[in-house]
Write a protein that binds this ligand. Structure first.
Ligand code: HEC
Length: 151
């Protein structure tokens, strides 16, 4: 073989390898693949939380957390925790003698205010700030009714 022949063979081999490698690798990723990769990256580097500074947004967030528990559910759940057994000196549920003097002294509105603001060992809103004042008022009235002091 001549020197030119060898050279020609190597050039042909190089071109052949370039063509074959072009066939077996897909080259540039398609738009779909790029979009998917970008979406994945955006997801991975997304912030974990968001700080909301717009007051109107805060109101929306607070409103959506409002619960709609009925007085029965609140009294039977939260309030019963202390008032059923008289924990920490709480007036016992259904114990008219325990409730009567408190009612005489402060009236229904005064008792409601005691729960809203807290009294003695009972924290404000009985420790559940998500309760609305309406829910507390309804719960106090239900407790009074359960003690035979309903009106
Ligand atoms: C952590 C225990 C605890 C929970 C829970 C609790 N209470 Fe009380 N509650 C007390 C104690 C203790 C007192 C007595 C406070 C005092 O007069 O020193 C009390 C007193 C009261 C009084 C009388 C207040 C007054 O002015 O004499 C009312 C009314 C009342 N609770 C309603 C509720 C309602 C309604 C709930 C549920 C929403 C509730 N409590 C949940 C512990 C609790």
């Amino acid at each position: 073989m001549t020197f030119l022949g060898v050279l020609g063979f190597l050039v042909a081999l190089t071109i052949f390898i370039i063509v074959v490698s072009g066939m077996i690798t897909s080259g540039e990723p398609s738009d779909e693949v790029v979009a998917l990769q970008n979406a994945n990256i955006t997801e991975r580097i997304a912030p974990v939380g968001q700080v909301v500074t717009d007051p109107s947004m805060l109101k929306v967030a607070a409103a959506s957390e409002e619960d709609d528990r009925s007085a029965e559910e609140i009294v039977g759940g939260l309030c019963a925790g202390c008032h059923t057994g008289g924990v920490l000196g709480a007036p016992k549920s259904g114990d008219k003698a325990a409730w009567q003097p408190r009612l005489n002294e402060r009236g229904v509105d005064g008792l409601i205010a005691s729960v809203v603001n807290g009294r003695g060992q009972m924290a404000a809103k009985a420790g559940d700030p998500s309760l609305s004042e309406d829910q507390i008022a309804a719960s106090v009235k239900l407790m009074l009714k359960n003690a035979g002091l309903g009106q």
